[in-house]
Design a protein around this ligand. Structure first.
Ligand code: RIB
Ligand code: CA
Length: 312
């Protein structure tokens, strides 16, 4: 089977890192490039961290690009309180030797979509949607060429994790999210409603460590670090492993269930900025624009993730 061509747009962050590893471990996927955006930590660090992860996976040839260093219309909000100052706290890994690509991430997204047949490239945003929205603004003709966007962001019944109304990726750049959700590109959304059901319990972290590999040890160390904030906040047994849900969907979509509904982004209100207004009960006549996930087979997700991480 021909591997599915994807671009991962990311703000690593430990959960982004695990998502990238899952993608690089999976022959079903052809990672055309990794585009970095400011989010969890500033752009210089997300661009560093993406390369650290590629080298950890033994894949220094994956092209990594730096993109937008701030949201379209807002000041940057970062999340060191969750991810640590480096964005990959939990284990000290060497600075990357592989170079950052000289071109801008947005140009890479545009050029890749222009250069490949329509409907062959899937975009996988794991952070704020600034790069994607900028590409769509700069080259509107590429929008119809995108096969699908599978993203982590938003929330409905789970509310928000950054404000009571908003999840971080959408909160940081609501204008960018509004562009993407109104673009007409087929969307699959992994909101907090799903990611809060894939918790890094002790047993699941120890399963990574029991792999006995350098990558397994790194993933266990990251999730050990990453979970402390969410466990204190939610009182949960483990932390939500948000971003790998995007890649897991590409590999095993049947792990997830949701509804094709209308989702719009709040950009005007200071109180609810970045809220994904998800019409789950279809009470409006607004046309559906997103497959909004709500259920996941968590054990199946972690079985897939652990097996694939074990391949690296
Ligand atoms: O709200 C969780 C999301 O924000 C994840 O993508 C995490 O990495 C941060 O980017
Ligand atoms: Ca992320």
């Amino acid at each position: 089977m021909t591997p599915r061509k994807i671009i991962i747009d990311t703000d690593p962050g430990q959960d982004d890192a695990v998502a990238i590893l899952l993608a690089l471990a999976s022959p079903e996927l052809d990672v055309l490039g990794i585009t970095c955006v400011a989010g969890n930590v500033p752009l210089p660090l997300t661009a560093r961290n993406a390369r650290v992860v590629c080298e950890l996976a033994g894949r220094p040839a994956v092209p990594v690009f730096a993109g937008c260093d701030r949201p379209l219309a807002r000041d940057l909000v970062t999340a060191e309180y969750v991810h640590g100052k480096s964005g990959l706290d939990g284990i000290a890994l060497p600075d990357p030797q592989m170079p950052l690509q000289t071109g801008h991430a947005v140009e890479f997204i545009i050029d890749t979509l222009r250069g490949l047949p329509e409907g062959t490239v899937t975009l996988c945003p794991l952070g704020p949607l600034t790069n994607i929205a900028t590409a769509f603004q700069r080259a509107p003709e590429i929008v119809s060429r995108v096969a699908e966007i599978v993203l982590m962001g938003g929330g409905c019944f789970e509310g928000g994790n950054t404000t009571p109304a908003a999840e971080f990726n959408i909160y940081v750049d609501p204008e960018a999210a509004d562009i993407v959700f109104k673009s007409g590109v087929p969307l699959v959304v992994m909101p907090l409603d799903v990611t809060h059901k894939v918790l890094t319990t002790r047993a699941r972290i120890e399963a990574f460590r029991a792999l006995g590999t350098r990558v397994g040890h790194a993933v266990a160390s990251w999730t050990d670090f990453f979970e402390r904030f969410d466990m204190a906040k939610y009182g949960s047994d483990g932390a939500p492993l948000h971003d790998p849900c995007v890649i897991a969907y590409l590999l095993a979509p049947n792990l997830f269930q949701g509804r094709h509904i209308n989702v719009e982004i709040e950009t005007g209100s200071a109180l609810t900025r970045g809220m994904t207004v998800a019409d789950w009960w279809r009470v409006t006549k607004r046309p559906p624009n997103a497959m909004f996930m709500r259920e996941v087979d968590a054990d199946g997700f972690f079985a897939l993730l652990t097996e694939r991480i074990g391949r690296l």
